[in-house]
Design a protein around this ligand. Sequence first.
Ligand code: ADP
Ligand code: MG
Length: 679
Amino acid sequence: MLRKELNIFSFNDLLNHFPYRHVDKTRVDAIASIKPSLDYAYVAGTLVSLELITSGKARRLVGMLKDDTGIVELVWFQGIAWMQKILHTGHKYFVFGKPGFFMGKPQMAHPDIENFSMEQSGGKAWLEPVYPSTEKLKAKFLSGQVLAKFTKELLTKLSQKDLSENLPETLLKTYKLVSRYSAYRQIHFPANEEEYRQALRRLKFEELFFAQLRLGQIRLQRLRFSRGQVFDKVGNLFHEFYSHHLPFELTNAQKKVLKEIRKDTAGGKQMNRLLQGDVGSGKTMIALLSMLLAADNHFQSVLMAPTEILAQQHFESIKSYLGPLPVQLELLTGSTSAANRKKIVKACESGQVQMLIGTHAVIETKVKFQNLGLAIVDEQHKFGVEQRAKLWEKSTVPPHILVMTATPIPRTLALTAYGDLDYSILDELPPGRMPITTYHRNERARPQVMDFIRKEIAKGRQVYVIYPLIEESSKLDYENLMKGFEEVKAFFPEPKYWISMLHGKQPPVQKETNMQRFVMGETQIMVATTVVEVGVNVPNATVMIIESAERFGLSQLHQLRGRVGRGAEKSYCILLTGQKLGNDARERMQIMEATRDGFLIAEKDLELRGPGQIDGTRQSGALDFKLASIVNDKEMLEVARNAVEAILETDPDLTKSEHERLKNFLQQQKSKTRWSKVG
Ligand code: ADP
Ligand code: MG
């Protein structure tokens, strides 16, 4: 039961099933003092009535608990039969739960209930833990209180030895951490709040520290033992391109990142680098320059994009950047004709193709390489271990890997989710970028917004109108898109205006044509779903209208906005929302209006949505923390990270005696001993 409901199946798990709060049960609240603002209330009284109320199919059990000051209603929607069995009117109970208000009267739904006993009312020395439980467990009366009893019993049986210290003495001293043994006792049964705080601090630190230690070791392992292709020459292609074909001066950030990549790839170790650069920071050029380095050293390279459109665009822009340079460049996507595909695959295998650009098809299909030296993944930090492994299979020595993303990842998340990667940041936009002004408007302002679009088009500019398409398959979203398309069309009739439409359900050819018409300026308006989110580059587009903007997350809004402001003209982003907005949505709109800083936005996104919602982090382990939070414990994470770095720098294998505890603990974790079973 415990196992299924709470994932508790050993004593160890029980110890690590932490209380989410403590109650001072020496203090019983008066029922009259219950306020809506209270997190919880702990009351004692007599159950004066208990009644089953049915209306239609819905059933609820309602009890009235009375003390000298008032009456509170207790309600159960589940486990009714059980509650009816154990509760008796006229008896006295302690009741604990979160108070709510119903028609102005205090109410507690599914509270914890204990029999009233004199001993208990006599006052207790310490704070009682309150554990998360589930309705099913509660129905079996395995409530938080029962867990508390189990845990208390367990703790009396454990000695210092059973919960031996796993952090070095110096760390405990430096950071003033309580011992592991004390921490476990105090987090469950603290004598006072301070004890609880100290325990929590210690256990959070431990969590963050060991997560960083593991990642640090993985990274060191890679740097020490994995062989990598050696790009030690900067040859003719690179030089020729750099001095004669580079259309602009590189930004300092681009130069810095290029240096980092050169250093990585020349050293004989495999590069595994995450490149973060806000939208428009010039990542494509970094990709191209790295691929030229590979070619100069007689290695092939691939550049993967998440969509056909983007792959196509990369192919076109890289082809035009290269100009007359003798580089064998090919494009391979899902819509490449069979005959062409065959030719390209063959040329890859023979080593003739120097640079291959495509969608994920390039790793999924039977594409083989003669000597793949570099793989670049664009606009997708979701490129996981599994996919990396696929690349490795393509070559005896693994290719260098560069993952590029325009979704800035907050540093805390990067440290926890990608702590085993090296990472570079393009923190500078090319000069001469015009600012983008962002406005939040509600639907009633639509006519004015359309007028504004008309004016911009009259100046020769182009406009995106984006509709949310959260679920690829959601019928409603498609209907909205079609309706929107008709609406825009009504404002902007042919033949004066032409509109492109783009969505995920179109066949590739149709998508391609619609996109191309917009790129060429044949259509002035692009009505689309978020398929244009990543990478698309149309410098003449100056207005981005986002419909139902409240349905998008911050990072996505930021991405979409990044589609404009790419040319020499001033650009605008207009966020259209309904009139009634929740607090979170309102805050998102305000943040968008206030800043263009992708990193700041990513931080806010993380704060508002929590790490679970941020793309690509679900499986990463960043979420496995039980106590620590990468949002609230940023500083501690940095401290832990620094502590780990200091240790690994001098003792990468943890062989020094003062690090024996660390080594033992890591080993013990690996072969995670399940003590004996409970429940
Ligand atoms: P992203 O990082 O979003 O992929 P792109 O690589 O698409 O950005 O670059 C955006 C635009 O900026 C492109 O038109 C590109 O040619 C231009 N660009 C890139 N680097 C520079 C630079 N150093 N100076 C001026 N323009 C640049
Ligand atoms: Mg790009």
